[in-house]
Design a protein around this ligand. Structure first.
Ligand code: MN
Length: 727
């Protein structure tokens, strides 16, 4: 446990005029309040608030914050009241303690509710006084450091919450060291196996790495000195969690993560930053696309630095960050770096500082706190990895997957709202339906009774709920169209037979015929007529007795061929006998088929057919998502006839290292398998990888599989996937 003296000394070092007597009193108060209480570790309880206060001094916060750290659990866990604290320590400290206490209370049952509410409380607290959040962070950090003593379920719950809320917020506030420590601690408790593996791998390679770091530091330092740029160079391994994330993202093993070490060049001036960059780029070859100027364009969390990556003397990738000492302080301490102490007074975040525009916005909305949505509107933070939290106009929180659009939101309210969603207002402004929702958005859906879901919506939505509902509607519409068409056709035919559709329907004849033709209902019958599965003639013959048929019926359309089913009949109309298609439709050859471009089925793929009026049968692969959007009523059995001879288009995506020669190697692999590439698109990604999409023609699935196998075996290739041919 850090001692009181140490805490006092820390404060004095950054704030010489601080009221240390007040800190001493807060300490004595805490010791007394927690007297007799123990932590699970067996230590006296007061060690916790004292540790928290010590972390607060690492953030160089003011005296009220340190006192709040010492007293933060007094109201929660002892008989002390806020009124008492106000009396003894004044309203400011009491307010901070009260804020921290309230942040800890989460009456919500589900994880989602709890997190949304916690997030909201955090934002509210920040808006009121950023110090509440900072004290809470220090509290959480100490809890994470001492998590060992808690039962496993509690460890997991706390670590999950920390990873999802605290570390992104720490990042957003720019407190990098805290973000890193929190992430590694969460990693340790949430994925102990992986954590241990990486930890050991890092330890195993320590000696090599340290030698390499020292050597590279010297080289960079030497080159900078020669060019007359005064600076300090230091290298360090990235934290375990970021190595883990990189391994997961790239699929690379630990040994291949070469940029797990970052080098930092700290200069005396902004100008020297650019000079140092010039030196680095002239001595080593820069990697294209890796240079970022966060000095000219600071990150939203105020981070400033130049980033680049170069090819080092051993051909390895070296990541370099260049910044001034001031920038470095901000990079580590973030918002806390901006506390200014002079004349014995502490000045919190200065309101006129442009860097705090986003925070100022929140703080200024303090007066509107009755309506929390109003200030959250102005807070657009991208804190969460895979979820966004948005607000209803009533201020309720909705969690949606990242990338979700207003349509997802509309369906999350009610399926009718989704179906009739014709537009949306986000934070009071009308946005297109493809708008991607952001954290803190307040969303209001505009509905119109004439609006209907359309196919394009499926490309926009991210939630399965919206997708299912839209599909359902689309299918229903297809059916309705088919029914209308069936009714139309039947009307015409019945007229020819001298009968009337209206009368037939009225007499319930359609139901009878439907049953005879094995359809579920009259609607079903009409639908099948519309799709061409049942001919109008079949129906007419059952409706009108032979002797009562009008003149036109008997010989007029003489399409019926003996022994040929109605389906084949319907299909024959559109059949062109142009050699073999390689497909049998319900066992029949020679039916006009089209291969769907979305999935381009190959001989060997599982396939399904869909009747398309006038265009024969469209063949999709079994798993094709587009096929799921079609009415299952149109579905029809298809199979490969084993005689297919033509080639089929496919597309293959190859994720690989972005290095010379690899592309040639990959195309060689294609031609070795006898496959012609018809088109290739190559794109380098920011992290030094390349995404290549090859369009080619193959004869069957086996051939495709053999290409994929041989390309996967090439060194430097990370992943090979078949993708939609129209991609
Ligand atoms: Mn605590």
């Amino acid at each position: 446990m850090p001692s009181l003296d140490q805490i006092l000394e820390n404060i004095h070092s950054y704030h010489p005029g601080a009221d240390l007597a007040l800190v001493r009193r807060a300490y004595e108060f805490a010791v007394k309040a927690h007297e007799g209480q123990m932590r699970r570790s067996g230590d006296p309880y007061v060690t916790h608030p004292v540790s928290v206060a010590s972390v607060i001094t690492e953030l160089r916060l003011d005296v009220p914050s340190v006192c709040a750290g010492l007293l933060h659990d007094a109201v929660e866990d002892t008989s002390t009241t806020v009124e008492e604290l106000t009396e003894v320590f004044g309203p400011e400290i009491a307010f901070l303690v009260d804020g921290v206490t309230k942040l800890g209370k989460l009456p919500y049952a589900t994880r989602e509710e709890r997190q949304a509410e916690n997030f909201r409380k955090m934002l509210l607290a920040m808006a009121r006084d950023i110090r509440v959040i900072l004290v809470k962070f220090c509290d959480r950090l100490d809890n994470m450091r001492t998590l060992d003593h808690l039962p496993v379920e509690k460890q997991e719950r706390i670590a999950t919450e920390t990873l999802q809320i605290y570390s992104p917020l720490a990042h957003r506030l720019g407190i990098q060291w805290m973000k890193i420590e929190l992430e590694d601690l969460c990693f340790k408790y949430l994925q102990p196996g992986e954590y241990e593996q990486i930890k050991q791998a890092v330890a195993r390679t320590r000696r090599d790495r340290e030698r390499y770091i020292a050597e590279t530091e010297r080289r960079i330092q030497g080159e900078m000195a020669q060019a007359g740029v005064a600076c300090e160079v230091s290298g360090r391994a990235k934290h375990l969690y970021s190595i883990h994330q990189k391994m997961r993202r790239t699929g690379m093993p630990f040994e291949d993560i070469h940029d797990a070490i970052g080098f930092r060049v700290i200069t005396k001036s902004t100008r020297a930053c650019y000079e140092a960059l010039g030196v680095a780029h002239s001595v080593w070859q820069p990697i294209p696309g890796r240079f970022k100027d966060y000095i000219a364009l600071p990150k939203p969390n105020m981070y400033q630095s130049l980033h680049t990556a170069v090819i080092g003397p051993r051909g390895e990738r070296i990541e370099i960050q260049i910044r001034t000492e001031d920038m470095h302080l901000v990079a580590e301490q973030g918002i806390a770096a901006h506390w200014k102490y002079k004349d014995g007074e502490s000045h919190g975040v200065r309101r006129d500082d442009k860097k705090f525009a986003w925070l100022r916005q929140m703080m200024e909305s303090q007066k509107d706190l009755d309506d929390p949505t109003e200030f959250i509107e102005s807070v657009k933070m991208d804190l969460f990895g895979d979820e966004v939290y948005v607000f209803t106009p009533q201020g309720d929180v909705k969690a949606l997957p990242k990338g979700a659009c207003p349509i997802d939101y509309a369906y999350s309210i009610h399926s009718e709202v989704g179906d009739q969603c014709s537009g949306a207002r986000v934070n009071g402004v009308i946005v297109p339906l493809r708008y991607q929702l952001r954290n803190g958005d307040t969303v209001e859906i505009i509905t119109s009774p004439t609006q209907k879901p359309n196919k394009d919506w499926l490309k926009l939505v991210k939630t399965s709920r919206a997708r299912t509902k839209i599909r359902h509607r689309l299918r229903r519409e297809q059916r309705e169209r088919a029914q209308a068409m069936g009714k139309d056709l039947l009307e015409k035919t019945l007229r020819k037979y001298g009968a009337s559709y209206a009368k037939t329907a009225k007499h319930g004849d359609l139901e009878r015929v439907a049953k005879e033709l094995k359809c579920h209902s009259a609607e079903d019958l009409l639908c099948n007529v519309g799709y061409g599965k049942v001919t109008t003639r079949q129906v007419a013959e059952k409706v009108v007795p032979e002797d009562k048929r009008g003149g036109g019926g008997k010989k007029g359309d003489g399409i019926v061929e003996e022994g040929v089913g109605p389906l084949q009949q319907a299909l024959r109309k559109v059949t062109r006998r142009t050699g073999t298609t390689g497909i049998k439709v319900q066992g029949e050859d020679g039916v006009l088929v089209r291969f769907a471009r979305c999935c381009s089925p190959l001989p060997g793929d599982g396939i399904v057919g869909f009747i398309t009026r006038g265009r024969g049968v469209t063949v999709h692969t079994r798993g094709c998502p587009k096929a799921l959007d079609l009415d299952p009523e149109r579905r029809i059995d298809v199979e490969w006839d084993g005689k297919a001879s033509g080639s089929h288009p496919v597309a293959i995506q190859v994720l690989c290292a972005d290095k010379p020669g690899l592309l040639a190697h990959i195309s060689q692999s294609f031609s070795d398998s006898g496959v012609n590439i018809t088109q290739a698109h190559c794109r380098a990604t920011e992290d030094g990888r390349a995404v290549n999409t090859f369009h080619a023609r193959v004869y069957n699935l086996d051939q495709l599989k053999s290409v994929i196998r041989s390309v996967s075996r090439i060194k430097g290739v990370y992943a090979v996937d078949r993708v939609a041919a129209d991609a």
